[in-house]
Design a protein around this ligand. Structure first.
Ligand SMILES: [Zn+2]
Length: 158
């Protein structure tokens, strides 16, 4: 199920994105989409954290109504999901994406991402479009992942 667009940028929205970020960091996870906390709105938070090796510094992205407007390249990355505990699978996706969104004040923003950040943004944007990472798997792997989900939740859509 696709989530609905956010059109009111008020204090409630700011509180919600703060709560979502807190939930993500507590998990700990590197991304969270509003449908994962039972809020059917197009809101995601992402922070892939710091990495000493590549000298990457963590940054929190709060994206309202995010849309992928360009994608290119290819990456295969082992993904997991806070909504599907215990399942990790390699997923193939574009390695570079351009995302248009709004911030929590309603201002238009653009994010260009590659590698892990691009993977994470696509994974979270999938959530608000009603897609799980296991939907990208093919054949037997998808069947097995769905079986695990049915075992856990009684349904394949968590
Ligand atoms: Zn997820």
């Amino acid at each position: 199920m696709e989530s609905s667009e956010v059109d009111v940028f008020d204090d409630d929205l700011k509180k919600l994105v703060n709560d979502m970020a807190e939930t993500m960091y507590d998990a700990p996870g590197i991304g969270l989409a509003a449908p994962q906390v039972n809020i059917n709105k197009k809101i995601i938070v992402v922070d892939i954290g710091s990495d000493e090796e590549t000298q990457r510094v963590g940054q929190l992205y709060t994206l309202i109504n995010p849309k992928i407007v360009e994608s290119s390249g290819f990456i295969k990355y082992e993904e997991g999901c806070l909504s599907i505990p215990g399942v990790r699978e390699f997923v193939e996706r574009p390695s570079n994406v351009k995302v248009e969104a709004q911030d929590e004040t309603g201002k238009q923003i653009k994010v260009e991402a590659e590698g892990l950040l691009a993977v994470c943004l696509q994974h979270e944007i999938d959530h608000i479009n009603g897609t799980l990472f296991i939907d990208h798997l093919s054949g037997l792997k998808k069947k097995l992942a769905n079986k695990k989900l049915i075992k856990m939740f009684g349904t394949s859509k968590g």
